[in-house]
Design a protein around this ligand. Structure first.
Ligand SMILES: Nc1ncnc2c1ncn2[C@@H]1O[C@H](COP(=O)(O)OP(=O)(O)OP(=O)(O)O)[C@@H](O)[C@H]1O
Ligand SMILES: [Mg+2]
Length: 248
C-alpha cells in the first residue's frame, strides 16, 4: 500500500444477483477490472447497467454472490464482521443522493462517521479543515436544508474524506447539479486526489465529467462493454475533443 498514491483495486469475476419474485436479475455479470493506484476512473452506462451496484460491492456495502474484490492486499469479499467494519471506515463513499442527516449541522454531518470513536477535539479540527478544503469554511453551523445542492454535495465529500481514505467511491457526485457546479465538484475531487493521494471511482452519466477522468469504463447490462484509457499521451487541454469523441 502506498500512502501517497491511493489504493489499488482488483475486481475479478464479480457477480451480483437480485431476486424479484420468481425472476433473477444479474446486476453485475462476471466483471473483472484492475484500477491503478491514484487513478480517477469514470463508470458510465445507461440507468440500470450496474454502476451503483458495482460501487456498493467494491465498498462492501453489499455482498457479492461470486468473484472477488481486492483492495491493496485485502480481499474485501472474504472479510468478516470486525475486519469488514474496519475496511468500510477506510473507504470514502459519496452516495447518489447525498444522504446528509437533516437535523445535524454541517460540522456534525462531517464528524458523524467517526462519532463513536474517541478524540472528539481532533475530529472537530479535521472536519473543519475538510470543510475548508471543500470551500465551506464558515458554514459549519448551517443545516443541510439551508445549503444549495452543490454545497450539500461538498459536505458529503468532506464526510467521505473524514477517515482519510485511500479509496473514494462516488456515486454520481455531480448528478443533481448544473454543469458549472458539477464541474466545480469534479475540480474539487481531482484537487483532493492530487493533495491527499487517493484512487477515485465515480459513476456518472455526464460526458463532460467522464472525459476529465483518467479512464472510462462503460457498463451495459452488468458487463463492461468499453474500457478506455483517456490519458495516453494526450494533453489535458484536449478535454473538449475527448468529450465530443466519446459517445456517452
Ligand atoms: N436492491 C435491489 N433489489 C433488486 N434489484 C436491484 C437492487 N438494486 C439494484 N437492482 C437492479 O440491478 C440493476 C443495476 O442497478 P444499479 O442501481 O446498479 O444501476 P445504475 O447503473 O446505478 O443505474 P442509475 O444510472 O439509474 O443509477 C438494475 O436492474 C436494478 O433494478
Ligand atoms: Mg446508480
Amino acid at each position: 500500500m502506498d500512502e501517497t498514491t491511493g489504493s489499488t483495486v482488483r475486481v475479478a469475476n464479480l457477480v451480483r444477483q437480485f431476486r424479484t419474485g420468481t425472476e433473477r436479475l444479474t446486476a453485475i455479470d462476471d466483471v473483472s477490472l484492475d484500477v491503478a493506484a491514484g487513478s480517477v476512473v469514470a463508470m458510465t452506462g445507461p440507468s440500470g447497467s450496474g454502476k451503483s451496484t458495482l460501487l456498493h460491492l467494491i465498498g462492501a456495502i453489499e455482498p457479492a454472490d461470486a468473484g472477488t474484490v481486492t483492495v491493496d492486499d485485502v480481499e474485501v469479499t472474504g472479510l468478516r464482521r470486525a475486519a469488514l467494519a474496519r475496511y468500510r471506515q477506510r473507504v470514502g463513499f459519496v452516495f447518489q443522493r447525498y444522504h446528509l442527516l437533516p437535523a445535524l449541522t454541517v460540522l456534525d454531518n462531517v464528524i458523524a462517521p467517526v462519532l463513536p470513536r474517541r478524540g472528539h477535539g481532533r475530529h472537530v479540527a479535521r472536519a473543519r479543515d475538510l470543510l475548508d478544503a471543500v470551500g465551506l469554511a464558515g458554514r459549519e453551523r448551517a443545516l443541510p436544508a439551508q445549503l444549495s445542492g452543490g454545497q450539500q454535495q461538498r459536505v458529503a465529500i468532506a464526510r467521505a474524506l473524514m477517515g482519510a481514505p485511500l479509496l473514494l467511491l462516488a456515486d454520481e457526485p455531480t448528478g443533481n447539479l448544473d454543469s458549472t457546479t458539477g464541474g466545480q465538484v469534479l475540480d474539487l475531487l481531482l484537487d483532493l486526489r492530487d493533495r491527499y493521494g487517493m484512487t477515485i471511482l465515480l459513476a456518472t452519466h455526464e460526458r463532460a465529467i467522464a472525459a476529465r477522468c483518467d479512464r472510462l469504463v462503460r457498463l451495459g447490462d452488468g458487463r463492461i462493454v468499453e474500457d478506455l484509457d483517456l490519458t495516453d499521451g494526450e494533453d489535458p487541454a484536449h478535454t473538449f475533443d475527448r468529450a465530443t469523441r466519446l459517445r456517452l
